[in-house]
Write a protein that binds this ligand. Structure first.
Ligand code: UD1
Length: 422
């Protein structure tokens, strides 16, 4: 397994262009199945999760190429709607394929995407939504068989604004007969991006970004060319890293409105942030201040995907901060690893009480999930001495060549791959 070795203590400095959003690209790739023909998607990041999605699409019979950030996907040759269990298990987001496959083929067979390091991740809202559109769903062990001769629009109220369920229902409803209304829909920017993509293919969807989405089903969709939005979580990770290392970084190709909750928290911590169009400048010359209370919640509140990274900054802040995780029950596993680097954190249920320390110290630590891994990299950059981050395949799921990106900002970070045995 590869690992990252970081010599900490050097402030990040320089300019960086933010990659395309993984969480927007994945549903958009799945949605491409709704139109027969060749769709071109630009600004697709080069990540493990994207590779898995493209491999699944190839397994279904599509032709897919990913070169220089552009995916060219020919879905005309797709001939099966059955996703093999081995591929389903590699990535939870494979569940996005249910809606498009059902709409295109009238049936699909997938598998439970399985457990997850950050806690139980149910798919009941996905299944209830598809059932409301007229699908017959049979669960045999891990296998989920879904059939619908005809999908029909429906009023669907989500008991929780699930990002994935909102997206799955939007995709299936795009080709359903009549109007679908999704209330208590998730409002994440990636959902707006999916709406823009589907509408570019000829769908009639309104309301993404609000809690009510209306989909007027159309008979068919046509392939298009589309550019994915910038990754707000990668941008947020770099912003926190700049602040934690007391650096000065300029981020290009961002959508600052998507980062307003983070910008607000960082400013409360005393970090200087200047926003100018799609550029964000982050600087932090002095010790950050503790932030009394931050709670992760669905967008536009503070995102769970930036909770672990922000925690690193708070471990170095002056005073006591409280960070509460409400989206995933198992998402505080990085606390043990940060404690091994000298952080002073007490966990009570889903809340972390963080007493800032003057510095962290390098250690050998293990990434337990994607964002926890990114947090440990930030901790390593800010710490005194050498940090080794293991299990970095988690990080490669969401950050394009993280060591190259950070080296360009002056970080002393290298990847070591094991020497293969003969
Ligand atoms: C998406 C993001 C992920 C982010 C999460 C929350 C992608 C590819 N991933 O994941 O990075 O952390 O949003 O912002 O976009 N739930 C149910 N039943 C369901 C679906 C979800 O109970 O049918 C629960 C989950 O267990 C979890 C919560 O709802 O506790 C949030 O899940 P959801 O919004 O669906 O997240 P994902 O779409 O999986």
């Amino acid at each position: 397994m590869d690992k990252l070795v970081i010599e900490g203590g050097k402030p990040l400095s320089g300019t960086i262009v933010i990659q395309g959003a993984k969480n927007a690209a994945l549903p958009i790739l799945a949605a491409s199945l709704l139109a027969e023909g060749t769709t071109t998607i630009d600004h697709v990041p080069d990540l493990l999760d994207i590779d898995v999605m493209l491999n699944i699409l190839r397994e279904l019979g599509c032709r897919a190429e990913h070169v220089g950030g552009t995916v060219v996907l020919d879905t005309e040759t797709a001939h099966t709607s059955h996703v093999p269990e081995s591929l389903m298990r590699q990535m939870r987001s494979s569940i996005f394929l249910m809606g498009p496959l059902l709409a295109r083929f009238g049936e699909t067979q997938v598998y439970q995407p399985g457990g997850c390091a950050i806690g139980e991740r149910k798919i009941d809202l996905h299944l209830e939504g598809l059932k409301a559109l007229g699908a017959d769903i049979e669960e045999i062990g891990n296998r989920i068989i879904c059939r619908a001769d005809k999908l029909r629009g429906a009023d669907i109220h989500l008991s929780f604004p699930s990002v994935g369920a909102t997206e799955n229902i939007m995709m299936a409803a795009a080709l359903a007969e009549g109007r679908t209304t999704i209330s208590n829909a998730a409002r994440e920017p990636e959902i707006q991006d999916l709406q823009h993509f589907l509408n570019a293919m000829g769908a009639k969807i309104m309301g993404a970004g609000t809690d009510t989405i209306t989909v007027d089903g159309v008979q068919s969709l046509t392939p298009c060319r589309y550019k994915v939005i910038p990754d707000r979580i990668v941008a947020g990770t770099i912003m926190v890293a700049a602040a934690a290392t007391r650096g000065q970084v300029t981020l290009l190709n961002t959508q600052p409105a998507h980062l307003s909750s983070l910008i607000h928290v960082l400013r409360r911590a005393g970090v200087q942030i200047v926003v100018d169009g799609d550029i964000i400048k982050v600087g932090c010359a002095t010790r950050p201040k503790a932030v009394e209370r931050i709670v992760t919640s669905p967008y536009p509140a503070f995102p769970t995907d930036l909770q672990s990274q922000l925690m690193v900054l708070l471990t170095l802040a002056d005073g006591v901060s409280i960070l509460k995780e409400t989206i995933f029950e198992g998402r505080l596993k990085h606390v043990d690893e940060l404690s091994r680097m000298g952080a002073d954190i007490r966990v009570d249920m889903n809340a972390a009480f963080i007493r800032g320390v003057p510095r962290l110290y390098g250690a050998t630590v293990e990434a337990t999930d994607l964002r926890a891994g990114a947090a440990l990299v930030i901790a390593g950059l800010a710490a005194q001495g050498k940090t080794v981050v293991e299990q970095i395949h988690h990080i490669d799921r969401g950050y394009e060549k993280i060591e190259t990106m950070l080296s360009r900002l002056g970080a002393r970070i290298s990847r070591y791959a094991p020497v293969p045995n003969n």
